[in-house]
Write a protein that binds this ligand. Structure first.
Ligand code: BGP
Length: 457
């Protein structure tokens, strides 16, 4: 039996744009997702847009009972910026009432809410002004964060500023999967810098406001694995670590952007516009904890060809396709549970053993109806095996002293996923799109209940 530390968090993660629905009512204004779906619905799997999703806006009370049924003691989701402050300034009373009731319901059922402020959902009014490319976004986000702390600070004791900031940077400004889907390395770096400063200013607002509780950030990072120990591969790993891992972890936990990273960016004419007081602000506003979303490891090798100055990250490192990898064929992601042990050791050894938790881990599978049994339950043993393997590695890291305080899966109820719509399912509960979004328990939910009740397996 592998037993986890006392008061370990067992739960799931989700986000406002992927679950709430009612995307253009209840006083909410459009985000880039709502607008992009209006402009280019063909980009979205089976034309599935963000307007309905799993409709938690109406179903949160029943859903919270479902969380209890599978032993969840915590739940992370996000607040929608465009719902709370539809024009960036005016408080939407209907949103306040909805979120207060939602969070109170979680508390009343002993499910600790962890509340994130930004999950890829840039308000359209701000995008029209340039989004994260503009310094205005930093102040706008800090105002939004402060408003959320004031309105919900009595109900929320664990906050997160961003979910996977690298994703909106890379997918929006390098790889074409998020709006505005442009390829511009210099803009990507500026967007990254403003995101970091927005995070820092939100932490500052939290600390200066004297709000009770903790504030952190959720990152999708693992140590990078190099193809070989050859110098060129190791140099690629060093650069990938700087750009992908240390770019956020170092300033958020250690208070400084690594000098080597600034140098590398400078040599390639990518230095962002900054404000003189930023350095001091970064130093003074460290996080209390880190969330790590882990799905797949990052493997790199020496770049295949190099342009100087660099035009994309591929000029620093190429991704390496390990021939021996195991893969989740539906999502195309490598399965490598050992990385969770390595993450645990990285947090312990390189980041002052800061408290951290696994804020997302999970397995997306398409056409899960294939696994329905005669009682209408999806027999998702593959998901149970996936969790067991990852938890075994995590447990090893905890045994060796890493301060991990929880394990959240993606996700609780099957949810809408950006351009992939409802293709890959991750939930403990199935959502039936043909039958009023009806939820039904999968076998993995039963297993999770035992896991949580026994605080181990
Ligand atoms: C993470 C995101 C989530 C979620 C998850 C699963 O990166 O934080 O929003 O979507 O990945 O990935 P996907 O839905 O693309 O399969």
């Amino acid at each position: 039996m592998l037993t986890f530390p006392k008061d370990f968090l067992w739960g799931s993660a989700a986000s406002a744009p992927q679950t709430e629905g009612h995307a253009l009512d209840g006083g909410k204004t459009a985000t880039t997702w709502d607008k992009w779906f209006e402009l280019n619905p063909e980009k979205f799997n089976e034309n599935q847009g963000p307007e309905v999703t799993s409709n938690v806006y109406e179903h949160y009370k029943e859903d919270i009972q479902r969380m209890k049924e599978i032993g969840m003691n915590s739940y992370r989701t996000s607040i929608s910026w465009a719902r709370l402050l539809p024009d960036g300034k005016t408080l939407n009373k209907e949103a306040v009432a909805f979120y207060r009731s939602y969070f109170q319901e979680l508390r009343d059922n002993d499910i600790e809410p962890i509340m994130n402020l930004f999950h890829f959902d840039m308000p359209w009014w701000l995008m029209e002004k340039g989004g994260w490319e503009t310094r205005e976004s930093v102040d706008a986000f800090a105002f939004y964060a402060k408003t959320a702390f004031e309105e919900f600070g009595d109900l929320i004791k664990r906050w997160a500023t961003f979910n996977e900031p690298l994703v909106h940077i890379e997918c929006g400004y390098l790889y074409g999967f998020h709006y505005p889907a442009i390829v511009d390395f210099k803009k990507a770096i500026q967007v990254g810098y403003h995101t970091l400063m927005a995070h820092v200013k939100a932490v500052e607002a939290f600390k200066q406001g004297g709000f009770e509780g903790e504030i952190g950030i959720i990152l999708n990072v693992t140590p990078t694995y190099a193809r070989s120990n050859e110098p060129a591969d190791m140099e690629a790993k060093r650069k990938a670590d700087l750009l992908i891992i240390k770019s956020f972890l170092d300033p958020c936990v250690l208070g400084e952007i690594p000098a080597e990273l600034s140098q590398m960016i400078k040599e390639n004419d990518l230095t962002p516009v900054t404000v003189e007081t930023d350095k001091e602000a970064i130093k003074n506003n460290l996080v209390d904890y880190i969330g790590i979303n882990y799905y797949q490891p990052m493997r790199v090798k020496a770049p295949v060809s190099v342009q100087t100055p660099a035009q994309t990250p591929a000029d620093f490192f190429s991704s390496y396709d390990w021939p021996e990898k195991r893969i989740n064929p539906y999502r195309g992601w490598e399965i490598y549970p050992e990385a969770l042990y390595d993450v645990a050791m990285m947090m312990k050894n390189d980041y002052n053993n800061i408290p951290w938790y696994v804020s997302e881990n999970g397995m997306g599978v398409a056409d899960e109806e294939r696994f329905l049994d005669e009682n209408g339950m999806i027999q998702d043993d593959y998901r149970i095996d996936f969790m067991k393997e990852h938890l075994t590695q995590l447990h090893r890291g905890i045994q060796e002293g890493s301060s991990c305080f929880g394990y959240h899966t993606w996700t609780f109820v099957d949810c809408w996923s950006w351009l992939n719509g409802y293709r890959n399912r991750y939930g403990f509960y199935r959502v039936d799109l043909d039958n009023n979004l009806e939820r039904s328990l999968k076998k993995s939910g039963l297993w999770y209940n035992d896991l949580s009740k026994n605080n181990g397996f």
